[in-house]
Design a protein around this ligand. Sequence first.
Ligand SMILES: C[S@@+](CC[C@H](N)C(=O)[O-])C[C@H]1O[C@@H](n2cnc3c(N)ncnc32)[C@H](O)[C@@H]1O
Length: 487
Amino acid sequence: MRIGFTCLIGLALLSLLEVASARPGMEHVVNITYQMAQPIFVALDNDLPAELKNQTPAEREAAWPGWVTRHDREMRARLMRGEEDTLVNFLTFGTSFTAQPRLTASQFASLPFDPVSSQLSPDTSPEATLFLHRVDDLLRGLANPGNNERLLFLAQFVEKEGYRPRDASGVSRALAERTRLKAYVLANAARVIKEQESFQSEIEEARQLKDPTEDFAERSKLYRSRGLSYDTSLLPNMAIEESLKAMQARGLLAPGSVHRAAVIGPGLDFTDKVGGYDFYPQQTIQCFALVDTLFRLGLARMGQLHLTTFDVSQRVNDHLRRALRRAQLGQAYVVQLPRHSQTPWKPATSDYWRQFGDQIGTPVTPIRAPTLAGSVETRAVQIRPAIVSMITPVDLDIVTQHLDLTPQEGFDLIIATNVFVYYGLFEQLLALVNTQSMLRAGGFLLANNSVPVLSSYQMRAVDYLSLFYSDLPEDGDVIAWYQRAPD
Ligand SMILES: C[S@@+](CC[C@H](N)C(=O)[O-])C[C@H]1O[C@@H](n2cnc3c(N)ncnc32)[C@H](O)[C@@H]1O
């Protein structure tokens, strides 16, 4: 999520072998203990989840493992809902399974679904007709995915959900199966539209607060009940680069001082309404963007940097592990960088896009966008295997888990963009405690969400940077800088 922001006042709340041997592995993942979380119980009191509220400390401690288990269950359900959102995005904006034009975000938002039955009639609008043609094409695609990786994934996903997509091509006896799958797809589209409407009204309410800090805090929890999405895009990485530049200029970060960095929630680009398309293989961007930036700014040096990723999604982690295995066989990783030509990017944004990857790879011929994708300019960068090999992907839920590290193993820098926004206050505070425990003293967390800082912990809000990418309203990010207190 990009957070539009005008002016934020006072965020007071707020040698290679060596490094390789320090690689954190799965064996270090531990759950947050009741004791670590305890100051949060005291601070939130009435705002605690129901099963932890109005209890004595002993009762709470006894209830804690139950809460962690429930959170884990909810997380799995949210991951499934995130996949359903992915299905809807692919249906609306994808070009690899249909010859029908993409819908725009506002056409999608205005589809006249019946609020009770989630039915959409082709007679109601040209967009509805177009959308229903796309639904038919998607069902045909799911029935015969060929080697389209996105269709293959989604066909498997709906199968796990109890549908039989291969029987849903619309021929003969399979008609009932097709009708059932179509109803499921349409119900999810209707749900996504409803959710987007409610995000819009929450954004509007936050704006009414007039206090930019409160507005930022409210927006920072916007997706707390939404499915967990993997979407990723290039531009938040530009805001991270600008933040690191500013921190360096202020002496907060010294040249060559970043040896261990981590990305919480690197994400995967499947298809989305802004900058993600489906005419190239799925890809992840953020780890490479961070290494590129750290080298460009001289904050890290080749052979002295290691990068860990933490993600709760097996799909993201498996993607990174496959990239790592290929890198170990000497294969590069190619990132496609599509850019919608009609978005009025600021010159600095175009510069960032043009130079992306110059520290970590070489430009290669990009995959050409199909006409259906609209007016898309592309470039692509082939990232050196040595860069990919710096990455260790770790399955970790930042709300309930952290790596059990010695003080010497702590990270110098952790970044998290578009991750904390999926959580409410309690879970955000837990995530912050887990993050703090993995930072070395004096290490930094950069996030594009505001997370309240409790005085009982060692994290403090240092400053923030806000950046607009284009002249479109709300097209920017605010990056908050947090630091674990130096010793
Ligand atoms: C919307 S994507 C953001 C991707 C990328 N950071 C960006 O800004 O483009 C959210 C990512 O966070 C991951 N994620 C969500 N909740 C998480 C959690 N509790 N622990 C670790 N990763 C999480 C998701 O699986 C996904 O990879």
